[in-house]
Write a protein of this length. Structure first.
Length: 652
């Protein structure tokens, strides 16, 4: 079954070379019970580690059933260990904080051959621990722990059992019981290779191989060994499948369960690792929400101005380095307004505007606000349909009627909750009749859109402000695609009417859509900047996860070696540590979503900041946290996956 020839293994101890194995050759038949003995440093443990595929020789040949295993890949060696070999260690090497049943079932995770967990309970019953399955390892005696280790070695129905000083940490009674169990296993047809320095333990074997200084000193049949009838050749286990198959989901759930258990074993450390991710996710969600809220507020504010609007006004000219008043070189007349409405294509509505501050009085109450003289079309251009009463008509505009439509702020201040429609007010000591109350528009920045009053433009010009020109003209275009063409036509017409060249045109046009786009773009840039700054916290949290996972790899080096000895491949180890990093990220991400939502709510409630949460920002922050867990978990996971099994098992 096993054949080795001229096996050599050398260790470098500083400047000294130690020949642990020096040309060892031997054969082990199927069903043999072999004891390898020798003094400390004789090479017996090294030989067993190589025979168990936990270590590789420097030279020589090693065949199992005619197959040269020295050419196997790491994955193939792991599969062979899992399905063909079982290990019983002197230190038991049981996982802490897990039950006997879970310890025995550990090799089944990596088998991927359809074995069921019932096999673990059967093995525990076989070694006499059927009533102790749910007990944790710290609740078992030394002998019972070694029985668990034996059951674990048998759970995948191996062909060979390797036992490294199986009684070294046991009292004499427990040692006797364990050796009886090993003899029973041999009677069932298993090949037993036992390493010991105790001659009494070796006396149970049929064949004894004595090593000294890395060489076979004696190899003989044990005349005192009891004759054990052969049960027959044990069927060789089929190689385990590589990669994930139909049992991937079950295996994944087991790995998740084990990862959670490992993280819960260090609750404070896990919580501190998740804290960085939590703060990062919360910062991203809160900053994006505030940015989106500010953008929405700006868009709402701009929407109050109307859609597809152009604003024509005289330019401010400079003379002698001094910025002069608007309209100092050219003014817009009502004749210009009429010409624009008649001669420019695609004009849907047009309104001239005159405005200024004025004192409003009703009874013994006074209020100062902005008063605007506008055309009747202004109502539809700016969506100013009154919530009470009506807007003034073209006839009232032509007759210079003293009627006013007021905002909710002067209505509240002057009429104290009473209906102002039909009431008289004085504007700069001239009597006006209130015919309507505007809908509430809110405020943005330092401007209150509700603190205003509208009167006919002719009334404002002739009766209130004494102007024979308008301050500006607001023009609504029928379609956004015609804005650029209409803008050119307006400037050309105004240049012709005022006899100026196009390049010296004293008028300017402001496109409110362009202003809105610029403001929105600025808001997007600010949101991106804030999110980028907040994302730094996520990166810092990821570095924290990486540090914690590196510490965890160091602390669990022996566990990693055990898992590899039981058949775990590199990908299995890497996956487990990546799952742990993802769990920390997931936990931190969930807490971060709650914290970020809470911060946003408090900012909106107590700081009066506009906040707008979106699913996109939550998904982005959560996905970024998961990505952080993967990226910063890869290095520790890879470090764990590349550990040499025997070096990991020897780690102190």
């Amino acid at each position: 079954m096993i054949k080795i020839e001229n096996l050599r293994k050398t260790y470098q101890m500083g400047e000294v070379e130690v020949h642990a194995l020096d040309g060892v050759s031997l054969t082990v038949e199927q069903g043999e019970y072999v004891a390898i003995i020798g003094a400390s440093g004789s090479g017996k443990s090294t030989l067993m580690h190589i025979l168990g595929l936990l270590d590789v020789p420097d030279s020589g040949t090693f065949e199992i059933d005619g197959t040269d295993v020295t050419k196997f890949s790491d994955t193939a060696l792991a599969a062979f260990r899992n399905r063909v070999m079982g290990f019983v260690f002197q230190q038991f090497n049981l996982l802490k904080r897990t039950s006997a049943l879970e310890n025995v079932g550990l090799p089944l995770i990596y088998a991927r051959n359809g074995n069921k967990n019932e096999a673990a309970s059967k093995m525990l019953e076989l070694v006499g621990l059927g009533e102790r399955m749910s007990h944790h390892t710290n609740e078992l005696s030394g002998g019972q722990q070694q029985r668990v280790a034996i059951a674990r070695a048998l759970v995948n129905n191996p062909s060979i059992i390797f036992a490294d000083e199986p009684t070294g940490n046991l009292d004499s009674k427990s040692a006797k019981e364990i050796m009886e169990v090993v003899s029973e296993l041999h009677a069932r047809g298993l090949t037993i290779i036992l390493v010991t320095h105790d001659s009494n333990v070796a006396s149970h074997a049929q064949r004894i191989i004595e090593l000294k200084d890395g060489k076979i000193l004696n190899d003989f049949k044990n005349p005192d060994s009891p004759e054990i009838p052969r049960v027959g050749k044990v069927d060789k286990a089929e190689p385990a499948h590589t990669g994930f198959g139909l049992h991937s989901l079950t295996e994944g759930l087991v790995l998740v369960k084990q990862s959670v258990r490992s993280l819960l074993a260090n609750k404070v450390r896990t919580a501190l690792s998740a804290l960085g991710i939590m703060i990062g996710v919360a910062a991203v969600i809160a900053t994006v929400a505030v940015g989106n809220g500010a953008k929405a507020a700006v868009e709402e504010s701009m929407s109050r101005l109307g859609s597809n609007l152009l604003m024509l006004m005289p330019q401010r000219r400079s003379r002698g380095g001094v910025r002069q008043a608007q309209g100092s070189s050219s003014r817009i007349s009502q004749a210009d307004v009429k010409a624009l409405g008649d001669e420019v294509n695609h004009v849907l509505r047009i309104s001239s505007t005159v405005d200024g501050n004025a004192q409003l009085k009703a009874g013994n109450l006074n209020w100062s606000c902005r008063v605007q003289g506008v055309d009747p079309d202004y109502e539809l251009m700016r969506s100013y349909e009154p919530q009470l009463g009506r807007f003034f008509t073209a006839e009232e505009d032509n007759n210079r009627a003293r009627v006013a439509v007021i905002g909710v702020t002067p209505a509240r201040e002057l009429f104290q909750g009473l209906n102002p429609v039909g009431q008289q007010i004085k504007i700069n000591r001239q009597t006006f009749t209130v015919i309507g109350v505007l809908p509430e528009k809110g405020s943005s920045g330092f401007r209150d859109y509700d603190d205003t009053a509208f009167i006919p433009v002719t009334t404002a010009m002739r009766r209130l402000f004494g102007k024979d020109y308008v301050d500006r003209v607001e023009i609504q275009i029928d379609d956004a695609k015609n804005m650029e063409r209409a803008q050119t036509d307006i400037m050309t017409l105004m240049a012709d009417r005022h006899r100026t060249g196009t390049s010296e045109n004293p008028f300017e046009i402001r496109n409110l859509a362009e202003i809105q786009d610029a403001v929105s773009e600025t808001s997007n840039i600010m949101s991106l900047l804030l999110s980028s700054i907040a994302s730094i916290a996520l990166v810092v949290g990821g570095i924290g996860i990486m540090n914690i996972m590196l510490v965890s790899v160091t602390e669990r080096t022996r566990e990693i070696g055990l898992r590899k000895a039981l058949g775990a491949r590199r990908n299995d180890i890497m996956l487990q540590f990546l799952i742990e990093a993802l769990i920390i990220s997931f936990f931190g991400g969930c807490l971060g979503i709650g914290l970020g939502s809470g911060v946003g709510y408090l900012a909106e409630r107590f700081a009066d900041m506009p906040v707008a949460f979106t699913q996109h920002s939550i998904y982005m922050a959560f996905g970024f946290s998961a990505l952080i867990g993967i990226v910063f978990g890869i290095w520790p996971a890879r470090k764990a996956a590349l550990l040499n099994p025997i070096e990991a098992l020897r780690y102190e």
